[in-house]
Ligand binder design. Structure first.
Ligand code: SAM
Length: 223
């Protein structure tokens, strides 16, 4: 069986009881960075167990090896460094192959940064579109321009390295809608959690002043 296990996005207290049980009971864990997951097990006082990094799956060879282990009846857990596997993280290919092979899959849901950002935003979230990380080059301009006509709330991820540039580009792309609300959520569930509500017109100032540290979720209200 394959258990897809969500883990905290910064606050260990957000681990679920089911996640702890599953990580205790599985025979091995397919994770992202073995050091990060090893550290999580340590903090949860779960005994060491074999960890394989899913980033080595690019070869295809390791993926098939894992599928064979699952077919032989092993109970494996899939985690990522933080949050929900497959959400802007590796995991999709394994789940897809396991499903195609008819392997038993269970999901152990938990935190995801975009959900935390949406619920903290105070913006209407009955309908929303999740964009993951914006493309770095190809398609970036077109995507930014298309946001002008999006009628649902938009949520996406940004790293500390690009936050200033992205906020500036957003301000340019949406300059015809200066009152459109934007929320920048930083370091959610962590000690320096910060949720800044602004508008498109306020973005250039925020871009210049926002703390250039940590992890970011950006939420844009519907047009
Ligand atoms: N799988 C994760 C999830 O379920 O949210 C997302 C992994 S993605 C590689 C990492 C990005 O998620 C970061 O660059 C940041 O944009 C966002 N993120 C993760 N943790 C966050 C947090 N505590 N506060 C704000 N954003 C966070």
């Amino acid at each position: 069986m394959l258990s897809i296990v969500s883990t905290p996005i910064g606050n260990l207290g957000d681990i679920t009881l089911r996640a702890i049980e599953t990580l205790k009971n599985c025979s091995a864990i397919v994770c992202e960075d073995t050091r990060v997951t090893g550290n999580l097990l340590k903090q949860l006082h779960i005994e060491k167990k074999p960890l394989t990094s899913i980033t080595s799956y690019s070869s295809g060879h390791h993926l098939e090896e894992t599928i064979e282990r699952l077919k032989r009846g092993e109970h494996l857990a899939l985690t990522s460094d933080a949050g929900t596997p497959g959400i802007s993280d590796p995991g999709y290919a394994l789940v897809s192959r396991a499903r195609a092979e008819g392997i038993g899959i269970e999901v152990v849901p938990g935190p995801a940064a975009f959900l935390a950002g949406l619920s903290a935003s105070g913006l209407p979230i009955h309908h929303f579109v999740y964009l993951g990380f914006l493309p770095l080059k190809k398609g970036r301009k077109t995507l930014l321009a298309s946001l002008e006509n999006e009628e649902r709330t938009i949520v996406f991820y940004e790293s500390v390295h690009r936050i200033e540039k992205t906020l500036q580009e957003l301000a340019e792309a949406l300059q015809g809608q200066p009152d459109r609300p934007v929320v920048i959520a930083r370091e959610l569930t962590k000690m320096h959690e910060e949720v800044i509500s602004t508008t498109v017109a306020g973005l250039p100032d925020i871009a210049a002043s926002v703390m250039k540290k940590g992890e970011f979720v950006i939420v844009i209200g519907a047009r």
